[in-house]
Design a protein around this ligand. Structure first.
Ligand SMILES: C[S@@+](CC[C@H](N)C(=O)[O-])C[C@H]1O[C@@H](n2cnc3c(N)ncnc32)[C@H](O)[C@@H]1O
Length: 288
């Protein structure tokens, strides 16, 4: 058996260079405690490139946009689930959506709902939103639902576009949604679950780096989900992201963060509206 080339351990100095570059690119702050994790996640990439040390790897990453994308694919943590943090979906269904539906049906607002799932990982979050919104705002009643789903990682985005998961993931989906919107695989797809084409037709997938100064999006959104990603940012990058996202919220729009995330330590123009849910402050004065 041929042993793969031994890789020289990641030195503190090499770690600091990668740490700075990852922060600059993605806003992700990796503390010293993450050194072993970074080394572990990048080792496979070094092997694939035939490299045996992180110094040479760093030079490649600095020189190539494609390699920076590949590196961020390796570094990102993509854990997600359908109906993750169900209280927020209960809040939507009980409080927000019936109100919007009534306004749309009475002609007070257009029958159009725009949503952004801003760190969508392998798609469970935007497909959950599509199931909930597609149920409350059926196209047969003249409604349209448009969901932009974005992530930094091209690897998870291509999985999300496929819309196919191991069947066990269906356990996270309440039966009324699963029956209406998911297809159980047969024959070659035995053991898998596939999103109904109508679900897919509501979602557009794009690579967007939340750390970019401009998101190249002109739209404003009724709902923005940015959950379980701010935890990787530091105070400065988190503040920037929150304020850029706020600019894309419609006047009555809602921003959803993960339940372990908060606006504490950032300067923003939002106020509390539900379980880690925020809306534009009526006063529009920056709060701390
Ligand atoms: C833990 S997952 C959360 C997925 C989903 N929002 C949820 O709550 O289940 C975090 C996602 O954030 C993405 N991410 C990390 N940094 C990002 C950035 N700067 N811009 C966009 N997405 C980023 C990662 O690629 C990953 O898919």
């Amino acid at each position: 058996m041929i042993e793969p080339n031994a890789i020289r351990p990641l030195s503190d100095r090499e770690f600091r260079s990668l740490q700075e570059l990852i922060y600059r690119e993605a806003g992700i702050h990796l503390s010293e405690a993450k050194k072993a994790l970074v080394s572990g996640r990048l080792t496979r990439r070094l092997r694939a490139l035939g490299l045996d040390n992180f110094k040479d790897y760093y030079e490649q990453v600095e020189a190539s946009v494609d390699e920076r994308t590949a590196m961020l694919d390796c570094i990102s943590t993509n854990e997600t689930r359908f109906f993750r943090e169900p209280k927020q979906f209960d809040f939507l269904e009980a409080t927000v959506l019936p109100h919007w539906r009534a306004l749309g049906d009475s002609g007070t607002i257009p029958k159009k709902i725009r949503v952004w799932s801003a760190a969508c990982s392998s798609g469970e979050e935007p497909y959950t939103l599509a199931m909930v919104l597609g149920t409350h705002f059926p196209d047969s009643d003249g409604w349209s639902v448009e969901i932009l789903a974005s992530d930094l990682s091209t690897r998870v985005l291509s999985a999300a576009r496929e819309g196919v998961w191991p069947i066990e993931r269906s356990n996270d989906i309440p039966e009324r949604f699963r029956k209406a919107w998911m297809l159980r695989g047969i024959r070659a797809e035995e053991g898998r679950m596939r999103a109904h084409p109508r679900l897919k037709s509501m979602i557009e997938f794009r690579r967007i780096n939340l750390n970019d100064r401009n998101y190249a999006i002109r739209d404003s959104f009724d709902l923005i989900f940015c959950r379980n990603v701010l935890i990787y940012f530091n105070r400065e990058s988190k503040t920037d992201v929150i304020n850029r996202l706020t600019q894309h919220l419609s006047p009555t729009g809602l921003l959803f963060l993960g339940h372990a995330e908060s606006l504490t330590g950032t300067t923003h123009t939002l106020e509390h509206a539900g379980p880690t849910v925020y809306r534009r402050s009526q006063r529009q004065q920056p709060s701390q």
